[in-house]
Structure formats: structure tokens, C-alpha cells
Design a protein around this ligand. Sequence first.
Ligand code: GBH
Length: 462
Amino acid sequence: MTGEDELIGSLPPDFRWGVGSSAYQIEGAVSEDGRTPSIWDTWAQSPWSVDNGDTGEIACDHYHRMPADIALLKELGVDTYRFSVSWPRVQPRGRGGVNPAGIAFYDRLVDELLNNGIDPWLTLYHWDLPQHLEDAGGWPARDTAVRFADYAMLVFERLGDRVRHWTTLSEPWCTAMHGYVHGVMAPGRRDAKAGMAAAHHLLLGHGLAVRRMRELAKPGTKFGITLNLSTADPETPSEADREAARFEDGLGTRFYLDALVHGRYPEDVLETLARQGIRLPSEPWDPAIIAAPLDFLGVDYYFGTRYSGVEENGNAVEHFGLPAFRKVPFGVPSTVLGWEILPHKLTELLVRIGRDYPGLPLYVTENGAAFADVPDETGFVRDDDRAAYLSAHIAATAAARQAGADVRGYFAWSFLDSFEWAYGYAKRLGLVRVDRETQARTIKQSGLAYRDVVHRVRGSRR
Ligand code: GBH
């Protein structure tokens, strides 16, 4: 046995194994059954937004192929499926009553999963805000937080009897920063003040939604949030590099977790923002709402980062009113997205989160890799690179457990080759290949390898 196998073998038989997807990335059917455009429909149609001019109009056509896709999940041997609900499908105007045809899809999806012995993990928001709400101000507007809680209740009232794990938001940092500050994702705005207001209102919407759902929840229903987290090392021990790493960690990790767990934003981040003339639009009672008790934390991890204290502002890169520091590569191999492969940083991250925010069960809710898949004539992809990436990161998760982090599950990202946001379809992360012409699905080598890992861990203790 290799060290990796041994680590993986140390995971308990009740460890949760899943794969994940998100609505806009796989569903397609963007104007069917009363769905209205989300900010991603709008953004994908604007010039220079998405590579190759790709959109989610058809995506994986999952909306029409759902039962067959659930059969594939079953073949992969996972016990859990993490998916997201499309807000503009369920509540087309972003306010008002439910769209019966829209919610019916998720109703069928949940039943199909349960009938196949797969536990549904539902995420309410994975980036597809109804365009109607963006037109009314989007996440920088306080009302969007209230709208989100109303939408959460619409979904909860219909699916709360069967879905046990509810995640409010997926990666609010991405919405706030990529969407409103960097302008590289929908809605494509470039305004740090708006971005930080968005971050606050995302967290507020989360807190409002959790409070209201919990009042109606059956015992045993769990509520959580998913954050994209990373390690942030200084390039050297110099004061300037340590400051840079501390700032990036503050904005990316402590901003969210201090608010969610302790009900306060980190002082050092607030001070830096104040120096840029940015004040969060936080009412005195907001922090207590945001800190609504959490049952679990989803950790999305792809790569570690390190920083030098050299500011990039005023040089090649514009950061629209926030300090930004130079990312220094580690010089290790990376995926085709340029994301460096650093499994031991996942161990470090999980141990650190477990130490700094104790008492919060952790799940790795996203982890995966884009590689240059080359299918044979049957559509099969021998992606040993992806299989190795997954196995190394599962072992890293097991190592974190051994070091004391309360990690209870792992979800590979992603189920299918999907619409990869600004990268379009050219970048593939699926365990299952999707032929862009025919929509044919073929489980890749990595999918088979993942199935074997799940099987081995479950079976070894039986
Ligand atoms: C995930 O986000 C998404 O949650 C998922 O939907 C998506 O399929 C997956 O990425 C792959 O695209 O350093 O300039 O390259 C991961 C979070 C998104 C945060 C990209 C950092 C990096 C920009 N990351 N972002 S860059």
C-alpha cells in the first residue's frame, strides 16, 4: 500500500462521498417552463465575457436528461449528490409566488435521488441571480438579502420534508469579488464599494434564510454554507509579505468565517477598507443575524496561494479600489486552468479552519481539476491525471482528519463536464465526459477510480 492508500483507508465507513454540480452549469432549458434570465444568461450574451462566446443555453441539457443522469450517479457509487436550485426557475421575478413548473423539476429530482438511495444536498444559490433583481440593484442592494430569504422559504416549504442538508450560498466571495469588483463574472461590475456591500448582503441573506428555514425544519435538518477557501502564505518572512498574506486571508477567509461564527468582521479588514473609503452597509443588528447557528461548513478547495507585499495596483492589473498583492507561484505543476496542484495545502487549510473555528463539522464540498481530456473513439477518457489529483486530495483530507480536523465528507467537482463560467465549455472538470455535439455521457477513468475509492473505504470496514 502507498501512503496515499493508507491515508484513504483510514477514513471511516460512514464518511460521506458525493459529487457536485450547479444549476446554470448543467441544466440548459433557460427559457422553458416560465424560467426568466439570470445574470449569467445576460452576462454570457455580452461580448468578451465568456471564452468562445459559450452560454448555458443548452449546457448538459440536464433539465431534460435528469433521470438518466441520476442513473449515472448511481453507477458512480456516491451516496450524496450536491446540486443547486435555479432561482429564476422557481421564482421568475425574484419576488412573489412560486413557479409551479419550475419547482416541479426539483421535486422530481429529489424523488429520483431518494428512490435511488442518493441523499440530496441542496444549494439555494450558486451564482444565478434573477436578472430582475440585478436590475433592482443586485447584491449591493440590501433588499436582495430579504428577497433571498423569501426565495429560500419558497423552496424549503416544498422540499424541506425530504431534503436534510441545506446550503444557502456557494462561494459568496466569488459573487462579491469576481462579480462586483473584478468584473470577470456576472454581473461584471467593477466597483469595490459595491462588491463589499454585496459581500455583506450575501451574508445577511444567508442569516435571514437560515433563521426562517430553521423555524419550520423537521428535527435532523442541517443548515450550512459553502465557502471557497485557500491558504495564503507570505512569499518570505518579511513584514510586507506577511501583511499581504494577512490581508488576502482576511478578505477571503476571516471576513466570512468571523462574521458567520463570531458575529463580527475582522478589525484589520475593516481598517483596510476604511482607508480605501469603504464602509460596510451593516446595521447594528446585522452581525447577530449573520451569526445564526450553523450545522456545517462546506469548504471548496482547488489550490493554495502565496503573496508578496508588492502591490499590483497601478501596474498591469487594476483592482478597482481594493489593495491587491502579487500572487507568487509555488512553481509546481498545475491544471489547465493554471491552478497549481498543492494537496498538502488542503490538509493545512482544513486543520487551520478546524482549529480557528472549532465545533463546526467540515465537508470538502468542491475539489477537482481541469485537464486536457483526450477521448478515444468510444468517448472514453483515460484521465490518470485527474484520478491522481482526486486521490491525492482525498488522502490530504484524510490526513487533516488524523490531525484533528472534523471533516466528515468529500465531494468531487464535478459530476459532468459543464459550462465553466467565464471559461465556457473548453475546460472540463467532469468525472463524466459530455460530448458537446451529441450530449452522450461516458464515465471517465477518474470516475471509475473514484467509485473504487468509495467502495474500498465503505467495504473495508464492513
Ligand atoms: C469553482 O470556483 C466554482 O464553484 C465551480 O462552479 C466551477 O465549476 C469551478 O470553480 C471551476 O471553474 O486565480 O484568476 O484563476 C472556484 C473558486 C474561482 C476562486 C476562480 C478563484 C480564480 C481566479 N475560484 N477564482 S484566477
